[in-house]
Design a protein around this ligand. Structure first.
Ligand SMILES: *[C@@H]1O[C@H](CO)[C@@H](O)[C@H](O)[C@H]1NC(C)=O
Ligand SMILES: *[C@@H]1O[C@H](CO)[C@@H](O)[C@H](O)[C@H]1NC(C)=O
Ligand SMILES: *[C@@H]1O[C@H](CO)[C@@H](O)[C@H](O)[C@H]1NC(C)=O
Ligand SMILES: *[C@@H]1O[C@H](CO)[C@@H](O)[C@H](O)[C@H]1NC(C)=O
Length: 407
């Protein structure tokens, strides 16, 4: 195996939105990937987009350990609205599926010690065809504040991207004007990328706490690999603007659903930790199996994701479907690293890698611990080699704590 030695200069300029929110990547749950726009509460009352679903997920978050692990937000996604605005021009929830109304749902979520997220769209309609915020931004921001909303995800269907550069900051202005701290999640760059344009990430980080850069995640390994590949390329240098208050969002965790093997679920969890990604689950917390639940609540993985430096990892090299990623973490000089085998056929790969190729550039030694099982691997110098086994579609995920120059 070739030795790879890359010294990275970590950029420390901050462009963060100054609302005190999202100082580490936000953690929560969102209905979209798992429950989509299922509005059929007659035939599918357990799984339709309605207040019952969100109340039940809030119960599971609060009672089943997720809240204690750090998950906070219960995010309503598209298809919650009535097809028309009210006579006063205000947004209103579908009266059949949300009979108690959104303020009551927010109160319920808050009563569990959790936070309330909602979805709107920058254009004339949401992606699902419900009323969009165009021409109504100020009153929609106020409506959300009145309902006790803590997070707004603003999508970008039915609009044109030329308007986004001024329009997304205007919504931020109106959110700020309400006086209620509302974490702002923008789909702005994803629409630029979908139109083959490079977004202005400095401007985005000034107005948004988190932002989607790329395609929606789907319930498959191919989708996870495609997203990780996009983040590895870092086109437009979006990693440089990430930090406390501002994070790139590679979309939801699909752990606990149908499309990923156990190995692949670990890979998603490790990579989202390396990328300093928001940890927004989209799975049925009422039916999740113990393996996926434990993974979503894994203390050490979450600690790396939430590392207070807030610096996302970088892809150093991709060799024959084996990717080397490193992320700087605390204590000072330490790194988390992931060796990801994106191929899903074959046998486990055995590698011997020089430590400095994994971000351990010294001058002193490191204590290296495998993250998932907590196994202490040993004390290593930058020039020593570490033995790694990585399974197909699996990951080797470790933390190297810098011990300083001990001579
Ligand atoms: C509004 O913006 C100001 C200036 O950036 C900031 O200090 C304040 O915390 C913001 N308030 C809210 C509610 O976001
Ligand atoms: C990204 O960074 C590289 C290396 O510093 C630089 O050459 C490139 O112009 C930057 N691209 C953008 C879009 O800022
Ligand atoms: C590093 O590992 C060595 C050997 O197990 C141990 O003696 C030492 O306490 C560890 N140092 C830290 C800072 O964890
Ligand atoms: C790595 O594997 C080689 C070959 O099996 C072995 O000689 C060496 O001791 C191993 N190194 C460590 C640090 O375990």
């Amino acid at each position: 195996m070739k030795a790879i030695v890359l010294l990275l200069a970590w950029v420390s300029v901050t462009y963060a939105l100054d609302n005190g929110l999202g100082l580490t990547p936000p953690m929560g749950w969102n209905s979209w990937e798992r429950f989509r726009c299922n509005t059929d509460c007659v035939n599918d009352p357990e799984n339709c987009i309605g207040e019952k679903l969100y109340m039940q997920m809030a119960d599971r978050m609060a009672e089943d350990g997720y809240k204690d692990a750090g998950y906070q937000y219960i995010n309503v996604d598209d298809c919650w609205m009535a097809k028309e605005r009210g006579p006063d021009g205000r947004l209103q929830a579908d009266p059949v599926r949300f009979p108690s109304g959104m303020k009551a749902l927010g109160d319920y979520i808050h009563s569990k010690g959790l936070k309330f997220g909602i979805y709107e769209d920058f254009g004339t309609e949401t992606c699902g065809g419900f009323p969009g915020s165009k021409f109504f931004m100020e009153s929609d921001a106020q409506t959300f504040a009145d309902w006790g909303v803590d997070l707004l995800k603003l999508d970008g269907c039915y609009s044109n991207i030329q308007d986004m550069t001024s329009g997304y900051p205007i919504m931020e202005f109106f959110l700020n004007k309400t006086g209620r701290p509302i974490l702002y999640s923008c789909s702005w760059p994803a629409y630029f990328v979908a139109n083959s344009k490079i977004p202005d990430y400095k401007a985005i980080a000034k107005s948004c706490n988190i932002w989607r850069n790329f395609d929606d995640i789907q319930d498959s390994w191919e989708s996870v690999v495609s997203i990780v590949g996009y983040y590895g390329k870092n086109k437009g240098n979006f990693s440089d603007v990430a930090g406390p208050g501002s994070f790139n969002d590679p979309d939801m965790l699909i752990i606990g659903n149908f499309g990923l093997s156990r190995e692949q679920q670990r890979s998603q969890m490790a990579m989202w930790a390396i990328m300093a990604a928001p940890l927004i689950m989209s799975t049925d917390l009422r039916k999740i199996d113990p393996y996926s639940k434990a993974l979503l609540q894994h203390k050490e993985v979450i600690a790396i994701n939430q590392d207070r430096l807030g610096k996302p990892g970088a892809l150093l090299v991709d060799m024959n479907m084996i990717q080397f990623w490193i992320r700087p973490v605390t204590p000072e000089g330490s790194v988390a690293f992931a060796v990801l085998y994106t191929g899903s056929a074959g046998t486990p790969e055995k590698l011997s890698v020089q430590c400095q190729s994994l971000g351990m550039v010294g001058p002193g030694a490191y204590n290296v611990t495998e993250v998932f099982d907590g196994h202490f691997i040993g004390m290593f110098k930058p020039t020593s080699n570490i033995n790694i086994t990585v399974n197909p579609s699996g990951v080797f995920f470790a933390k190297a704590v810098y011990l300083g120059d001990q001579k």
